[in-house]
Design a protein. Structure first.
Length: 312
């Protein structure tokens, strides 16, 4: 087995990559949307845990992994899990699309340690046609992130991947039983740090370290304290900061986007429309219109006052 690589080893048959997480800043995990032709596909061993989620119309498939065999109709959302170190064979009777998710062994090990999951329970086993609604929800969210033209912070994808690991193992759900909130000083320190670093790419790892917590516990406590996930809070603060700067009218929209941590102007416009239901252009236009009305109103009041004084 070779040393760890940034992406899983290729399959045996030529396959077309439709979307890839390469270049998105994801560390220790990744994803790829792949068009898979009909036929036999050999999956070599890897240092990564791999999950293949079927996308689209049903396809009849046969598979083998770790001495286990399965023949079934693979439906939309069905997932196959291949743990690190294992190989396998898949035969699809028709062309299909697969969302491939890989999770590095080190990322998984660190997450399990932070969750306090015993080594005996922190095992990912091979599974065929896994049908877990919660895992599917996470997989589709990761797919949406993969297909988005505008990159968001790696902390969102990192949150999804951490939650996926919880669904792939046993014992981790005990985390929920220990819920509480962040200490006021810790919460204030985090908020101040986020506010002063909105123009930079933030990660769960650095924020959790600031709070002196493991990543899984930090995610839970932050949500319990602020009422929303970390990535949602960061995006909302960026949108609010961008709105304020746009209303000041001193910077161009593209500069505002960079100064508030968005990848580019259209990325900022996407989130402003989603959260404020208004685009940057519409916001600036409506503000200028309101200012012109106010100026005309003030001019009218001054004229009326001058006429009144002159009549006296």
């Amino acid at each position: 087995m070779t040393s760890a690589t940034p992406h899983p080893l290729p399959h045996s048959n030529p396959q077309a990559s439709l979307r890839s997480s390469s270049g998105r800043g994801w560390k220790g995990f990744g994803a790829e949307l792949v068009a898979v032709p009909a036929g036999l596909h050999r999956v070599p061993p890897s240092l990564h845990h791999r999950v293949g989620v079927h996308v689209g119309a049903p396809v009849k498939a046969r598979c083998r992994c770790d001495g286990r065999r399965s023949s079934r109709i693979q439906a939309h959302g069905d997932a196959d899990v291949i743990p690190a170190g294992l190989d396998g064979e898949w035969t699809d009777e028709a062309d299909c699309t697969i969302l491939r998710i890989w999770i590095g062994s080190e990322f998984a090990r660190t997450t399990f340690e932070q969750l306090g999951v015993p080594a005996s329970s922190a095992q990912i086993e091979p599974r065929f046609q896994m049908r877990d609604p919660r895992f599917q929800h996470l997989a589709w969210a990761l797919r949406a992130e993969l297909e988005a033209d505008d990159r968001s912070d790696p902390l969102y994808a990192e949150s999804l991947c951490t939650a996926m690991l919880v669904r792939l193992t046993h014992g981790a759900p005990a985390l929920v039983e220990r819920r509480r909130t962040l200490a006021p000083r810790t919460a204030a320190r985090l908020i101040d740090y986020i506010e002063s670093h909105l123009d930079q790419r933030l990660t769960l790892t650095e924020l959790a370290a600031l709070a002196e917590l493991s990543v899984p516990h930090f995610k839970v406590l932050f949500r319990e304290t602020l009422g929303m996930p970390v990535h949602r809070y960061v995006v909302q603060r960026r949108v609010e900061r961008a709105r304020m700067l746009l209303l000041q009218g001193k910077l161009s929209a593209s500069q505002v986007a960079l100064d508030t941590g968005f990848a580019h102007q259209s990325h900022m416009a996407h989130w402003m429309m989603r959260l404020l239901n208004v685009t940057p252009r519409e916001l600036v236009k409506s503000t200028k219109h309101a200012m012109r009305i106010a100026e005309r109103s003030n001019d009218g009041e001054r004229v009326a006052t001058t006429s009144l004084l002159q009549s006296r």
